[in-house]
Design a protein around this ligand. Sequence first.
Ligand code: FAD
Length: 507
Amino acid sequence: MPDHDIIIIGGGLGGLVAGAKLAKEGKQVLLLEQHNIPGGCATTFTRNEFTMEVGLHEMDGIYDKTDPKQKIFKDLGVFEHIEFLKLPEFYRFKNNQIDIIIPDNVEQAIELLTKQFPAEEKGIKKFFHKIFAIRKEANRTFPLWCHRWKLDILIPIFPAIFPHLAFNTYATLGKYLDSIINNEDLKLILAANLGYYHDNPYSMSLIYFSVPQAGYYKGGAYIKGGSQKLSDYLAKVIKDNGGEVLLQHLVTGIIMKNNKAIGVNYKQNRKSAIEIKTINAKVIIANAAIPNVIDMLSEKKVQVNKFKKLQKACSLLTIYFGFNKEPKELGNKHYSTFVFDDNVKELKDMIVNFHGNFADRSYVFIDYSQIESGLAPFGKSVGAICTVDYLADWENLSYEEYKIKKNQVVKIFRDKLEQLIPGIDKEIEWCEVGTPKTIKRYTLNPHGTAYGYAQIPKQAGLFRTRIKSPVKGLYFASAWTNPGGGFTGAIMSGWLCANQVLGNQEI
Ligand SMILES: Cc1cc2nc3c(=O)[nH]c(=O)nc-3n(C[C@H](O)[C@H](O)[C@H](O)COP(=O)(O)OP(=O)(O)OC[C@H]3O[C@@H](n4cnc5c(N)ncnc54)[C@H](O)[C@@H]3O)c2cc1C
């Protein structure tokens, strides 16, 4: 007799949403999380009087009635317990020639960009029409997934029902922008926040860019008090509904019998803890990274080669700041500012830049003092600089080399920030860097990736729906599976997984 209905490996957003939904539906849930707080990338940490946001800059779709999160959050009571703050604009783009503020409103964005680039009016309108059409269709697929339709059976009629999704299956953002716009600066402006999804415009799935991007043009949001509030709330829903959330417990293996997952091995995640325990369940849900899950399977004959061929997404580097003064007091007026280096003149330069020296690296600065973030005491504030990065830059360094490199990188980005907001450097009370190695350490994600498998055309849309468990009784709920990375992707994956489990009547 299994000990539980459901065991969830990992307490990132995908695992928490799946657990909250299943616990609310009366299932007995046990969630095992290796870290000492729930949330994965959706967490905060405290330094002095500052609450540092690990990841969240912007959440898309909160102000769009057709967004799938509306239904999910209503069902889980999120809107009653979590306060979302509307961001003042989408972003500011800045390089040596251009300084422009992109509104989070499509009509205003079209008007502003057309004024700035009159010769590109047609292309600008086409771009916005395309991303909104793709988003609309993608949102319409959500109820089908929830009702556990196998979208594969729709393939013959898919182009007739979802033409924008079907005919852009293989499209990339870079190629699409090249086909409708000539001005290179305008292309860079429209793709400025690429790092929110991927590192290369020419392999970024146009569909995966469009869905959240159009959502941001309806208004981006931040969670008052930090993303930890959402993670803690979801963990509470599990517990309030009779479930258990065991922190600092690492799953070390998935026990299988006749190609079916029947339990897990786990231990306390402390150096001194050696005792491995075993626990059984009718269903196992893996929020942990799929490549790690595959390695944990006790029966090795399962078809796992297809997972080895999939490309993993990039990672991120973040410098966290605690300021004695709010940057807005020093003249900064914008929540997020994307600063592009001079060596990025065309879309194709973005990937080169992300692999280049930190001294030249383009970045975004997030100024949480532009909203009532609740992250710092009155008069003080927190901020973050973030850029695309790779584990390979960090993983083979000795302890000393790693420390030295971190200090060098902090110095480089402090100088960049001082150039952006003169006078800010002396107001820095706390400053700390989180590298891809840090992300890997706290989430165990291979490559320290923030987005699971890379969001490239052959791993997006219908192809992503095929990234599913090869083992009976084992389900995936994370950025690694369908629909993809980011807060929205992980939240949706948890919801879809819970629905699938409820529909399969294994419990
Ligand atoms: C710096 C940064 C900035 C970001 N900014 C944004 C943003 O502005 N907007 C946005 O939408 N998205 C953003 N993201 C991406 C987003 O946060 C992630 O894509 C999403 O939260 C991933 O959720 P997940 O469910 O896949 O789980 P993860 O967050 O990857 O968490 C997985 C969890 O499983 C646990 N785990 C793993 N293995 C085991 C095991 N064996 N046993 C027990 N527990 C285990 C880990 O400890 C972790 O808690 C950002 C990410 C980062 C890192």
